[in-house]
Design a protein around this ligand. Structure first.
Ligand code: PLP
Ligand SMILES: N[C@@H](CCOP(=O)(O)O)C(=O)O
Length: 464
């Protein structure tokens, strides 16, 4: 199995190199050269597998034989032993044909843990085999940062620098990033929004001198292993609802488009998915794109679902690559338009192809609050604001096919918004009880490439 860049101008890489590279050297994102396929019989044979066993079955084809089977099995089992629910990602029925897939039973209470716990172990393994060190820089709107810090803290082969938008994450999210005492962890509050943080990150990858000097790696969903690990829970939930003999639809709270792209990948691999529904908050670039065919950025708006406060939706590039029949020149043209004018228009056949697989909708803050309230009243189930945005959008799309709403975060990560909506203040689980009293440590920096690169270079142990 090899991985190719969506921009077609970087070398194809094997699995280990692709996960260490993060962003391709031409600025593109890696995708598998071909999609592994499971037959209906293969999928039927997955029924009843425990989550780690299912993960091993679904993910092995992506490794291209580069990680020995017993090693991969150990890493997968260790990763999911960090989850506090026996099922890892349990499915809970909240309506006649509606289910919430709870992805927040990992160490930092968000779906990011599902992939990050595995990615950290895979990277550590590859770096140890090669005797190398890496500098990880990540951009976060709140959840990726905490999950990455938890997964990489104390690992001797990596230093990790997380860029978060100053003042725009919830207090729980901030403390998950700023209270680590591990020496290899650096939390940087950037004076800007998430798009600024992600822009800095991509500029660092595209500055090849810096990239090589610090052995830069990335753990955002630019990293293929993040998407790969997220494919598994589409299989686990669909299998619970009758796959491969019954189709299932998914509604996904969406920002950077990584999570829903994992659903698209699952479908490409043979899982019978009917509709993939994109749910945005007021930052509705994707909903507008599907309505008009034009991808046009506008300012980021701060909402009660801050992790989705994103305009430049990184993984949409992977979908553009697929929709254009893997035409890297088309992707390069779209990305050049985005860089020059903040917009591009998608070819009519390509947007029609996307609409045949995806629906898209938005939920504003009032709709999010109303959905938290009504789901509590009607189903006795407390949603976090991101999952509530998806539940609102799903309500208009549910029919005969079961609808799985991805529950991407625990409500206790966003207690103020949840309490304002419902009157209920969700408590952090007891094992995270001390979080709000620990001392914080972080550095505030302007959204300035040179200043951030200097900061990283001076502290990264891999810097040459
Ligand atoms: C809680 C939560 N929900 C939804 C999303 C959006 O997911 P994605 O960026 O993969 O579209 C994020 C951030 O990524 C998040 O942290
Ligand atoms: N919502 C994310 C934004 C970064 O997304 P990623 O999936 O590309 O890491 C966050 O919580 O940080």
């Amino acid at each position: 199995m090899h991985y190719v860049s969506t921009r077609g101008e970087a070398p194809a890489l094997g699995f280990s190199d692709a996960i260490l590279a993060g962003l391709a050297r031409d600025g593109g994102l890696y995708v598998p050269r071909e999609w592994p396929r499971f037959s209906a019989a293969d999928i039927r044979a997955m029924r009843g597998l425990a989550y780690p066993d299912l993960a091993i079955r679904v993910l092995t084809p992506f490794l291209g034989g580069e990680i020995a089977a017993p090693v991969f099995e150990r890493l997968v089992r260790e990763a999911y032993a960090t989850f506090r629910h026996e099922a890892v990602c349990p499915l809970v029925q909240t309506g006649a044909n509606t289910f919430v897939l709870e992805l927040f039973h990992g160490p930092t209470l968000a779906f990011k843990d599902v992939a990050m716990q595995l990615l950290a172990r895979l990277m550590d393994h590859v770096l140890a085999e090669r005797g190398h060190h890496a500098t990880i820089v990540g951009a976060t709107s709140g959840d990726t940062g905490g999950a990455a810090i938890d997964a990489f803290a104390g690992r001797s082969r990596t230093d990790i620098f997380i860029l978060f938008p100053h003042g725009r994450v919830s207090p729980v999210q901030q403390r998950q990033m700023t209270t680590s005492t591990a020496e290899n962890v650096h939390a940087l509050a950037i004076e800007g929004n998430f798009d600024d943080c992600q822009g800095l990150l991509k500029d660092m990858f595209n500055d090849h001198g810096f990239r090589d000097r610090v052995s830069l790696s990335g753990v955002n969903s630019i990293n293929w292993a993040r998407i790969m690990a997220q494919i598994v829970y589409y299989f686990s939930s669909a299998l619970s609802l009758g796959a491969p003999d019954r189709p299932v639809s998914f509604t996904v709270p969406t920002g950077n488009f990584g999570d829903i792209f994992a659903g698209y990948a699952a479908k490409k691999m043979g899982l019978p998915i009917d509709r993939l529904v994109i749910a945005t908050n007021d930052n509705d670039i994707l909903a507008r794109t599907f309505a008009t065919g034009e991808y046009r950025t506008k300012g980021v708006f701060a909402t009660t679902s801050p992790s989705m406060d994103i305009q430049v939706s990184s993984n949409f590039e992977r979908l553009l690559f697929e929709a254009s029949n893997r035409d890297a020149a088309t992707v390069r043209r779209y990305m050049a338009g985005l860089k020059q004018s903040g917009a591009f228009t998608i070819d009519a056949a390509e947007i029609a192809g996307m609409r045949s697989e995806f629906d898209a909708g938005r939920a504003d803050m009032d709709e999010v609050a109303a959905t938290i309230r009504s789901t509590l009243a009607n189903s006795n189930y407390l949603l976090d604001p991101h999952t509530a945005a998806a539940m609102h959008v799903a309500a208009g799309k549910t029919g005969a096919v079961p609808m799985v709403v991805l529950g991407t975060a625990h409500p206790a990560k966003f207690p103020a918004a949840v309490e304002a909506a419902s009157g209920v203040s969700p408590a952090l689980p007891a094992w995270l009880g001390g979080l709000m009293t620990f001392e914080e440590k972080y550095t505030v920096l302007p959204s300035d490439l040179k200043m951030v690169e200097d900061y990283v270079s001076r502290r990264a142990r891999a810097a040459r």
